[in-house]
Design a binder for this molecule. Structure first.
Ligand code: ADP
Length: 220
């Protein structure tokens, strides 16, 4: 079901990406069937995931036997074996699986997955590389880009707004960004409002366009 939360997910390919994804899904309460051809990989996730099975997802019979079509969503985490990734995605599409996510390791790989009709193609390495670039070059503590003109960043409060309320600091007018959360000495994230006061050493969550957010984070 595209709307609403998935209660059951199949993760095919339990490498570094698929393994971490499957483990995190279980941690947040989702039922996970993990599938991998590698016996050691299957062994190591046994007892961690809801079910783990050694199977080859490029075989239609294996997919049928596992009943993957009964799950809400399917993630294809196979990367380096592009042929296996494409074949798996193509079989899943033919089976009419509802919602498919697949990892791509290159642009060409991603293009083929998109042409096959995979609903969500993800590029973990390219995305992470781009994200880390913003952390490496600038002063942000964390960074998520939703769009070129909408990023969310974690940063330390710059001197010019310390001791002022957000209304007095007028960051939206002066810097084109919005402060949405403030964490002070109590270590708790508080919602930021016009009357919130920023103290030295506070951590902020700000929202804005890429360049303006970076510039704001770079203020000392
Ligand atoms: P990562 O970079 O996330 O580790 P890899 O592409 O190296 O990704 O690993 C993908 C995983 O997918 C490996 O554990 C591999 O054993 C598994 N895998 C590869 N081909 C198949 C297949 N046909 N069916 C099931 N699992 C597969």
């Amino acid at each position: 079901r595209e709307g609403g939360d998935a209660t059951s997910v199949v993760v095919i390919g339990l490498g570094r990406f698929g393994g971490a994804l499957a483990t995190e899904l279980v941690r947040s309460g989702t039922e996970v069937l993990g599938v991998d051809t590698n016996e050691d990989t299957v062994q190591s996730l046994n007892g961690v995931l809801t079910h783990v099975v050694r199977a080859d997802s490029t075989r239609q019979a294996a997919l049928d036997q596992l009943g993957v079509a009964d799950f809400d969503r399917i993630v294809v985490g196979i990367g380096s074996d592009i042929q296996a990734s494409i074949l798996t995605a193509s079989l899943l599409k033919r089976m009419g699986v509802r919602s498919i996510w697949a990892k791509a390791i290159s642009e060409q790989h991603g293009l083929i997955l998109e042409q096959l009709g995979v609903d969500h193609v993800i590029y973990p390495e390219a995305d992470m590389g781009r994200r880390v670039a913003h952390l490496v070059r600038g002063s942000m503590l964390d960074y998520v880009e939703f769009d070129r003109d909408l990023v969310v960043a974690k940063t330390i409060a710059p001197r010019e707004i310390i001791g002022k309320t957000l209304e007095e600091a007028a960051v939206r007018r002066k810097h084109g960004i919005t402060i949405v959360k403030i964490k002070g000495a109590d270590g708790v994230w508080h919602a930021a409002g016009a009357a919130s006061v920023v103290n030295e050493g506070d951590t902020l969550i700000v929202i804005g366009p890429v360049e303006r957010t970076e510039r704001f984070a770079a203020l000392r």
